[in-house]
Design a protein around this ligand. Structure first.
Ligand code: NAD
Ligand code: ZN
Length: 370
């Protein structure tokens, strides 16, 4: 088993355990760290069908006898205030006015993790919660860092709170049942870490892309470990996204989010839109003379190797441009992009000329590349 750590001020440090077979050990980890005496598991129907028994078996063996399971329906459209309210009501009933020491376990992808985290953040102004991510995206990104929340009709993740988990347990065996498309979407975020911070990780992905797609456990553990460490260092430096480091995680996300919005959040998985967004950012960086064409080609090559899209369809450049204008990172009319200078290094650039942005969008929507 590997362990990464998130070192936060106060007594809010937490471990990220990574290793096969960890699902059964979640109860032991909770007991070791004395996180609570009653466990409230939050999951979804698909995931609980596959993994509830293993998790709850381990919980019982660790001494948690009366744990309760609450399910949120699968899918982003259920990441709502309504689902959150149902979970909070479930917690109130479970607690039954006894002020039990309840610990929440989020068993699922980013949707379950975000909503379970937000329920834990709000109930009694914050109770401990444990992330047990089941998608690659959740393993390398959403389970670490403490951003929790739900969507609102007026915006994605519009309502939420910062609430760090007390521990994260990542069992790569769970990826065995994950649909291939979801795996690839998660890989987009791993590629992102390579571009923003770690040329070695990027090379590793290039070298072992085939084995990774074939779910080589050794390769997966290594890339999850490295991704979590990068995310942990960035979160430590800028826990609440007030200092700028966390902004770097938005590489590819500005145009990526606009593509998701312009296609109604239906056509692309988040990671797929981000793949195209990263290529737009690379195209812009090349046009501005920040990045050489060879590095941009490497990025495009790796994205293609992972079976991710290198251009988008289903919306027009004008629709993507319109969606960009709503981005919260666009401050008072001037735009702001995270652009790559080389593989492993990015910076925030303000005021990119509109023609450069529009050109990149047009090229990546027409499927030409460039
Ligand atoms: N909090 C953060 O910092 C953060 C960061 C990135 C993304 N997010 C959020 O994460 C969400 C996306 O998360 P996601 O990509 O994990 O999607 P998801 O949670 O919707 O899961 C994708 C699908 O895979 C299924 N699934 C999950 N694990 C499985 C497994 N092991 N086997 C078989 N099926 C499985 C789920 O039931 C679901 O249908 C978005 O809401 C996004 O806003 C949050
Ligand atoms: Zn992302």
């Amino acid at each position: 088993m590997r362990t990464a750590r998130v070192n936060l001020r106060g007594d809010r440090d937490y471990p990220i355990y990574i290793g096969p077979g960890l699902l059964e050990k979640v109860g032991d980890f909770i007991a070791e760290r004395d996180l609570g005496s009653e466990v409230f598991v939050i999951s979804s129907p698909t995931i609980s069908r596959l993994y509830e028994r293993t998790l709850t078996g381990g919980l019982r063996r660790a001494g948690f006898k009366d744990n309760k399971m609450a399910l949120v329906p699968d899918g982003e459209r259920h990441k709502t205030i309504d689902s959150w309210r149902r979970l909070v009501n479930g917690l109130v009933r479970f607690d039954a006015g006894m002020n039990k020491r309840v610990v929440v376990v989020a068993l699922g992808g980013g949707v379950v993790g975000d909503i379970a985290g937000f329920a834990s953040a709000a109930y009694r102004r914050g109770i401990p919660f444990v992330q047990v991510p089941t998608t690659l995206l959740a393993m390398v990104d959403s389970s670490v860092g403490g951003k929790t929340g739900v969507n609102h009709p007026r915006g994605k993740n519009l309502v939420g709170a910062f609430h760090q988990p007390s521990l994260v347990a990542i069992d790569p065996d769970l990826l065995g049942t994950l649909p291939a498309r979801e795996l690839r979407a998660g890989l987009a975020e791993v590629v992102k870490y390579g571009v923003i911070r770690d040329e070695r990780l990027f090379r590793y992905l290039e070298r072992w892309a085939g084995e990774i797609l074939d779910l080589s456990q050794r390769r997966l553990i290594r890339l999850i470990d490295r991704s979590c460490a990068i995310k942990a260092r960035i979160v430590e430096a800028d826990e609440r996204e007030t200092r700028g480091e966390r902004t770097l995680l938005n590489f590819g996300h500005t145009v990526g989010h606009a593509i998701e919005a312009a296609t109604g959040y239906k056509r692309y998985r988040h990671g797929e839109a981000i793949a195209v967004g990263m290529l737009c950012a690379a195209d812009m960086a090349c046009k501005l003379g920040l990045l050489d064409a060879e590095a941009a080609e490497r990025l495009e090559g790796l994205i293609a190797r992972f079976g991710l899209p290198t251009s988008a369809t289903g919306c027009s450049p004008a629709e993507v441009w319109a969606a960009l204008q709503h981005d919260k990172k666009f401050i008072r009319g001037t735009n702001r992009f995270v652009l790559s200078e080389s593989i492993g290094k990015v910076k925030v650039v303000e005021g990119v000329p509109a023609r450069v942005v529009k050109r990149a969008i047009r090229d990546r929507l027409a499927g030409k590349g460039g």
